[in-house]
Design a protein around this ligand. Sequence first.
Ligand code: ADP
Ligand code: ADP
Ligand code: ZN
Length: 215
Amino acid sequence: MNIILLGPPGAGKGTQAQRLVDRFGMRQLSTGDMLRAAVKAQTPVGLQAKAVMERGELVSDEIVSALIDAELSAMDADTGVIFDGYPRTAAQAQSLDGLLASHGRKLQHVIELDVDEDALVERITGRFTCAKCGKGYHDTFEQPAVAGVCDKCGSTEFKRRPDDNEETVRTRMAEYRAKTQPILPIYEERGIVTRVDGMADMDSVTSAIESVLNG
Ligand code: ADP
Ligand code: ADP
Ligand code: ZN
């Protein structure tokens, strides 16, 4: 199974993708995570992407599609994929069609997480992740069971993204509205889009997604 999680920054794409990975053994392909890894490693792609990401703008279509191609090429064709944060433009959606075909994959579902924009700033500014295993948390909505200790791996180190500040979030939301939302009709025409209420609590969102995948 190959699915896309679509939604603005803070909609819950990463949170839900991690849960699907744990439950169904699918692979999460997050272009945001790949780009952050490239920035950290100071690869040529990372050097090019760093400032763009800090501004909250979109990295070039060629760069992100090449990252996805490399991941798909290195993967077993029967491992299910969750595309998280990709595609984000019409050109990327077109590239993805070509990549899926060339890797013998078919897209079953596009799940749109529908959220109230006012809630997103609070979600984003309170977001943090485990520095070791990457599990996502929130200052208010999902704290570790024991303060300062990761539930999943026991690490005591956490990190926050430099672009998770209010000003950058506004740019990221504008980018989403201008460039990403307009790709939905491409998938609606194929009858594969399901809108899920992303304002519900995390467990309810997971159940709603699972029923789409099982349906
Ligand atoms: P995205 O990957 O779409 O940018 P995340 O999954 O990282 O979003 O979620 C953003 C923040 O909001 C995280 O700190 C996460 O813990 C929190 N969050 C995710 N889903 C919900 C939800 N349904 N209700 C409340 N907080 C949520
Ligand atoms: P969020 O989870 O908050 O939606 P991401 O981690 O997906 O954010 O993306 C962080 C940043 O990385 C984006 O603001 C953008 O600069 C860059 N980025 C990630 N994915 C893409 C993509 N598919 N196309 C262009 N830029 C991307
Ligand atoms: Zn951890």
